[in-house]
Design a protein around this ligand. Structure first.
Ligand SMILES: CC(C)(COP(=O)(O)OP(=O)(O)OC[C@H]1O[C@@H](n2cnc3c(N)ncnc32)[C@H](O)[C@@H]1OP(=O)(O)O)[C@@H](O)C(=O)NCCC(=O)NCCS
Length: 186
C-alpha cells in the first residue's frame, strides 16, 4: 500500500493530487492532438476532460493491485501546472509497476518531466517496495523513450506491430528498471 505524504517536493517541482480547480490546466494539454499522438486516447473536449479529472482526484493512494495513481506536476516558483505523472500497481505478488508521464508542450524540453518521473520511481521502489517498474511507449515516441533512457532504465523490448492504435499498426518499446538498479543509480 502507498499513501504518500503530500505535497512531494523536488528541486523545482511540487507533485500533488489533482484538485477540482485544475480543470483549465488539464484541458490545456488534453485537448491537443500533439499530446495524444502516441497515447491511446484522442484529444478531449472540456466535458471529457472533466470526467478524466474526476478519476484523477478519486485515487490519491495505491491501495491494491490494479490501482493507478496520477499526480499533478506544478512548477513551484509560479504555481503553473505543467503536466502529470502516474504510477500503476500492476502486480502485488510479483511487485511490478508501470509509470507514465504527460506534459503540456509549452513546458517540454526543460527536464521537468524527467524530474517528476524520477519521483514516481522513488515512490514505486522506496514507497511501495516494488521489484521492477516498466515504462512503455510507441516506438516513434522518441521524447518518451529518451526520458526513460535518461532516468537509467534499460530498453528491454521492441515489439513489432503488436497492437492497432488509431487505425494503424503500432510498435511498442518497453523500458524497465529493477529495485537493485534503482539502489545502485549514480
Ligand atoms: C514524453 C514527454 C513527457 C517528454 O517531455 P520532455 O519535456 O521532452 O522530457 P524531459 O523533461 O526529460 O526534458 C528533456 C529535455 O529537456 C532538456 N533540459 C533542459 N533543462 C534540463 C534540466 N534542467 N534537466 C534535464 N533536462 C533538461 C534536455 O536536454 C532534454 O532535451 P533533449 O531531448 O533535446 O536532450 C513529452 O514529450 C509529452 O508529454 N509527450 C506527450 C505525451 C506522451 O507521449 N507521453 C508519454 C507516453 S508513453
Amino acid at each position: 500500500m502507498l499513501r504518500p505524504d503530500y505535497p512531494i517536493e523536488t528541486d523545482r517541482l511540487t507533485l500533488r493530487p489533482f484538485a477540482e480547480d485544475d480543470l483549465d490546466a488539464l484541458h490545456a494539454y488534453q485537448r491537443l492532438p500533439e499530446v495524444t499522438r502516441y497515447l491511446y486516447w484522442e484529444p478531449r473536449d472540456r466535458a471529457a476532460t472533466a470526467e478524466s479529472l474526476k478519476k484523477r482526484i478519486a485515487v490519491p493512494t495505491l491501495e491494491k493491485e490494479g490501482d493507478i495513481l496520477v499526480l499533478a506536476v506544478v512548477r513551484r516558483e509560479d504555481g503553473v501546472l505543467l503536466g502529470e505523472v502516474n504510477l500503476a500497481w500492476l502486480s502485488a505478488a510479483n511487485r511490478q509497476g508501470e509509470f507514465g508521464f504527460v506534459f503540456n508542450p509549452a513546458h517540454h524540453g526543460r527536464g521537468y518531466a524527467r524530474e517528476a518521473a524520477v519521483e514516481m520511481l522513488r515512490l514505486g521502489f522506496d514507497g511501495l517496495g516494488l521489484h521492477r517498474i516498466i515504462g512503455r511507449c510507441e516506438a516513434r515516441n522518441t521524447a518518451s523513450a529518451n526520458l526513460m533512457a535518461k532516468v537509467g532504465m534499460r530498453r528491454e523490448a521492441h515489439f513489432v506491430q503488436n497492437e492497432i492504435v488509431k487505425g494503424e499498426w503500432n510498435d511498442e518499446a518497453v523500458y524497465a528498471m529493477l529495485a537493485e538498479e534503482w539502489a545502485a543509480r549514480p
